[in-house]
Ligand binder design. Structure first.
Ligand SMILES: [Zn+2]
Length: 492
């Protein structure tokens, strides 16, 4: 490996090429010059600059033929009716491959892309609708140079191969697809050294998601009415709960968006910031820079915001500050890691020193999951075999009538649009717990989960299972999918 201390600084490189800083930057951005980041500084090797002066492409050592991969990605993009994007004329092959991977992931509706080297082959996979799918296998020797190209596009250090690194890149999707206007995708990339070589995980954030509206989330009408009622109050604590990847952030942002009127001062405190929101003062928690949750939140409360979004409840100290804020008339939206609405309530109670304060401030808990939708292109009416009896039992247990569901079950046969899976896109299944006087009373007196559950169900809360069954009966998803996502314990 080359010693990075021998490398030139940017000023030296500019001098060597006898050019101006803006031009140099353009060459660098366009990938014509190979450089690396050391901390926040760029460094350049003389040999790379000499190659550039000689009119050669930056050196990307490709020890194997990359054409099959490029061709595969191109074909898959064309199948989706998406072009290759506007490639720069002299874009090198590795860069083209990386950009095609991102485009394909984006237009396949993937949330993540994984590239890793296996024992014999490299593996490229996409996570679509929460499930990991193999896209293709490639020559193992291509993985390292591709990881390097990802690194340079994500402004990471190419020479650091032994430690994990995080980077970020923005890709303009441009025209070429029906629905793509001037969209760009924000990609967060994480590089991890492994026994068989470095692997990477890229998370795709559609930058338009920050504007998500509550109407775009398929809440049951009664659940939505509860949410609207609480948001209209403009004060109190609202908690969204569920495991990682259940869409908590989207729901929180949509609530925040609903409060986005000129007379409201909105702030958020997050780690990391998932989406940038217009008109919202967003603060990122950075413990290494001395910005931690509780003090940042306290400072925020002093600047008198109307609504605060707090990324996640971290522990006792955060909860105490929250509740104080809510008592002073603010509205706080936050996420909590819990299985369901009632366990979130009992978890919150356990984090509070004064149960009275929680019962005075908590307004609403949304618990949710994401289920895959049946592909509309290939959906066919069907009579479900699996889980039908369980679903009927669950409906009866909730005091509802099966016949009121007007069951219209479907399943996806599998087609080109859904890649043969029968599912395409995801929707939410949720339960919304609104604090009632009875519930506040029980929570204050330290009632256990069982008792809280009883009160909640008597109060008529429709559970995630019921919401899921209703959505399956309405032909949006399937009972198998609901059972898979909720876990079988829900069906007893
Ligand atoms: Zn289909």
């Amino acid at each position: 490996m080359k010693d990075s201390s021998e490398a030139m600084t940017m000023t030296e490189a500019i001098e060597m090429l006898k050019t101006t800083r803006p031009t140099f930057y353009r060459w660098l951005r366009d990938g014509k010059i190979k450089g690396m980041k050391v901390g926040r500084q760029w460094r350049f090797y003389r040999e790379d600059l000499e190659r550039f002066m000689g009119g050669e492409e930056p050196r990307v050592d490709l020890p194997a033929n990359i054409s099959p991969l490029l061709k595969f990605l191109e074909e898959r993009l064309l199948e989706k009716g998406v072009g290759l994007g506007e490639a720069e004329e002299d874009e090198d092959l590795a860069t083209a491959a990386v950009k095609r991977m991102i485009r394909l992931a984006y237009f396949s509706g993937a949330s993540d892309l994984h590239l890793q080297a296996g024992e014999k082959e490299g593996l490229l996979r996409l996570r679509i609708g929460g499930r990991l799918q193999e896209l293709t296998r490639i020559d193992r020797r291509l993985v390292a140079p591709l990881v390097d190209r990802w690194k340079s596009l994500a402004s990471c250090d190419l020479n650091e191969k032994n430690r994990p690194q995080d980077g970020r890149l923005l890709l303009e999707l441009g025209s070429g697809a029906d629905e793509a206007e001037a969209k760009s995708v924000d990609v967060r990339v994480c590089f991890v050294p492994s026994f068989s070589g470095e692997c990477l995980t890229a998370r795709l954030l559609d930058t338009s998601h920050g504007m998500i509206q509550l109407d775009q989330i398929d809440f049951d009408a009664a659940d939505r009415a509860k949410l609207d009622r609480v948001l209209a109050k403009g004060r109190g604590l609202v908690v969204v709960t569920g495991p990682a990847g259940c869409g908590k952030t989207s729901t929180l942002y949509a609530c925040m968006n609903a409060m986005r009127v000129p007379e409201n001062m909105l702030m958020s405190i997050e780690d990391p910031i998932s989406f940038t929101l217009p008109d919202v003062v967003q603060i990122r928690v950075r413990p290494q820079h001395g910005v931690t949750f509780a003090p940042a939140l306290r400072a925020m409360l002093r600047s008198d915001p109307d609504v605060i979004l707090v990324g996640e409840v971290r522990g006792r100290d955060t909860v105490e500050v929250f509740l104080q804020g809510v008592l002073n008339g603010h509205m706080i939206l936050t996420a909590l890691h819990a299985e369901d609405a009632v366990s979130a309530l009992s978890r919150l109670s356990s984090l509070c020193e004064h149960p009275q304060v929680l019962s005075d401030t908590l307004e609403l808990i949304v618990a949710q999951r994401l289920v895959r939708c049946v592909c509309p292109e290939c959906s066919q009416p069907c009579e479900p075999e699996a889980f039908l009896e369980d679903a009927k039992r669950e409906i009866a247990r909730a005091g509802l009538n099966w016949s009121d569901l007007n069951a219209n079950f479907v399943r996806g046969e599998g087609c080109a649009a859904c890649g043969g899976l029968g599912y395409r896109g995801r929707t939410v299944i949720a339960e919304v717990l609104e604090m009632t006087p009875a519930l506040r009373q029980a929570q204050r007196s330290g009632a256990g989960e069982e008792e809280l559950n009883k009160i909640v169900l008597e109060g008529g809360m429709s559970t995630m299972a019921i919401d899921g069954i209703r959505k399956a009966a309405a032909g949006k998803t399937t009972l198998e999918e609901v059972a898979r996502v909720l876990g079988l314990s829900w069906w007893k």
